[in-house]
Design a binder for this molecule. Structure first.
Ligand code: NCD
Length: 309
């Protein structure tokens, strides 16, 4: 039996390097496959999604991914139009959703929401963002992008800049990178440093340095992972205004970087990467969004087929 069969994806910490490499190999297989063969992988399967927070790429890439492997999707993306509005609990909504679908994708503002849903659901649950905690499929897509664009992950110098306090993609990425031999530099305003309660866990597998200055050793980086300041997570708008626009990656900074360095971003971007960077060969965030469709298709294929594909 394939080890991913019927398994939830709650935290990237549950995955070993070998397992991540298997997911990447399955993604490569999907990329090379004839579209007609691809449509056999999850033929007739239904993906159900529940998005209690806004999403563009994550939801659409899951919908597009399941369609590409022959399945279909249904769900709720505007929670105000659902029975949540009438007071239905998350538990009941998850229970109902798991009756109508073969696999569930959940995004929710609470840490622990996906683990809770997985306990209730009879069907596998994929965490598509749980509060500020994690976003594991984004990290799988980020690692796959690095591997495709840099041809390796080991040995790279990776800078992660922006909102390291509230950005859940950052935590999943750091846990995922812990399986590789990388040099990590964290760059953020003082008030948005990585949460101290996570440092111990991250440091078990990964070494990193911290700085507030993006220009420091910028010329050494192979990858710069830029993140959005998570305005909606700030308890106080005043605090947000103090750090808004802290870092803007533009042509001036890009000139100081290695010629073959790559810029990534989970998106949505607000003002942290100027649009004139988009057309440069270093900008890989749109490719990263595209890889998200294929990594998710591979995950669905692995979770929904007892013998893999
Ligand atoms: C991220 C998220 O929702 O955490 N978006 C995404 O899924 N690509 C990042 C963000 O909102 O800044």
């Amino acid at each position: 039996m394939n080890e991913f069969y019927q398994k939830d994806i709650i935290s990237i910490r549950d995955y070993s390097r070998e397992q991540l490499e298997k997911i990447f190999a399955s993604t490569d297989k999907i990329l090379q496959q004839d579209p007609a063969d691809r449509r056999e992988i999850c033929k007739g399967k239904t993906l159900g999604y529940l998005f209690y927070e806004p999403s563009t790429r994550t939801r659409l890439s899951f919908e597009s991914a399941v369609a590409s492997v022959g399945g279909n999707s249904l769900g709720i993306s505007d929670i105000t139009s659902s029975s949540h509005q009438k007071g239905e609990s998350l538990a009941d909504t998850v229970r109902i959703m798991s009756i109508y679908s073969d696999i569930l994708v959940l995004r929710h503002a609470l840490d622990g929401s996906s683990r809770f849903a997985a306990e209730i659901s009879d069907k596998p649950v994929i965490n598509a963002g749980s509060g500020t905690e994690e976003h594991p499929t984004q990290a799988i897509q980020d690692l796959f992008t690095i591997k495709k664009e840099k041809k390796k992950i080991d040995g790279l110098k990776i800078g992660i800049v922006g909102d390291l306090k509230y950005g859940r993609t950052v935590y999943s990425l750091l846990y995922g990178l812990g399986n590789y031999d990388v040099d990590v530099r964290l760059i953020s305003p003082e008030s948005l440093r990585i949460r101290s309660d996570s440092v111990y866990e991250i440091k078990k597998k990964l070494d990193f340095t911290e700085s507030t200055n993006i220009e420091e050793d910028l010329d050494e980086l192979d990858v710069l992972y830029v993140t959005r300041i998570q305005k909606e997570r700030f308890p106080d708008e005043e605090e947000y205004l103090k750090v808004k626009g802290s870092y803007v990656v533009g042509q001036d900074l890009l000139k100081k970087m290695k010629d073959d360095s790559i810029i990534l971003h989970p998106l949505p971007r607000i003002d942290e990467i100027s649009p004139d960077v988009d057309k440069t060969k270093n900008a890989k965030y749109f490719e990263q969004a595209e890889y998200g469709k294929y990594t998710r298709a591979a995950l669905l294929g692995l979770i929904l087929n007892e013998n893999g594909f």
